[in-house]
Write a protein that binds this ligand. Sequence first.
Ligand code: HPA
Length: 275
Amino acid sequence: MVMNLNFRYKELIEIVEKQSPFNPDITLILGSGLGNFAKSISIKKTFSTNDLPGYPPSTIIGHEGKMHFAEYAGKKLLIFQGRIHLYEGYKIWECILPVFISYKLHTKYLLLTNAAGGVNKNFSPGNFMIANSFNGLFIKNELTKLIGIASLEGKNNFLKLPSSTLNSLIKKAAYEENIDLKEGVYWYIKGPSYETPAEINMIKKFNGDATGMSTVHEAVYAAYNGIETAAISCITNLAAGISPVKLSHEEVTSTARLAEKKLEILLKHTITLIE
Ligand code: HPA
């Protein structure tokens, strides 16, 4: 059965449509340990997602459950500080709620950020990677339940993922800010825990560059609905088996915190470049 999101989130959308100060040009979803961007710009209005009927409560440290309307460089922004993951036990239609809200508010662009494990041997913790493609084979079943029979327009939209416009602006911004930006394939893993060394070996063999437990379903759903979408990963750790130390959520969030200022510069410059 395909979930009818308009029906399921009717009340939530009515509240957001009524109370939001504007329709955003750009939506940002901030990943683990990367939420402070929201504190660096002028916020017009904040919703606590706990106050929105049907919005899934965040269960993870570092994901705040806030939705901000903000302005920067003359652009209207919608910023999700905290996201929803399948590994928290949520359904796919709950995980893409930030994208659905953005879609209902007619956002044009979506910038996704995430913390990810580095699989490519040339990556180091603290690097940023722009996704030039995504591997979402492990959530095709869920995506089918979300989208149902894809329309021709949706299928054509999906082929534009990631947005070449956004990706070239992010690269330009990184170049102009002297930020070392890697490029590669973001590989989705469902979780609930970090990968095993054996799983990382497989991802490496199939040319994955970074691995994480978010982003791909948001990106697919957004692109399908005609939103120009791109993703930036903060490589917070070397993936399991590549790193001699055991992975932990603390390592992920502390590296993300260290890299956050640079991400803020990159995002702000990119936003300035968007027409
Ligand atoms: N694997 C999966 N998700 C992650 C990782 C990782 O190594 N680092 C941050 N998020």
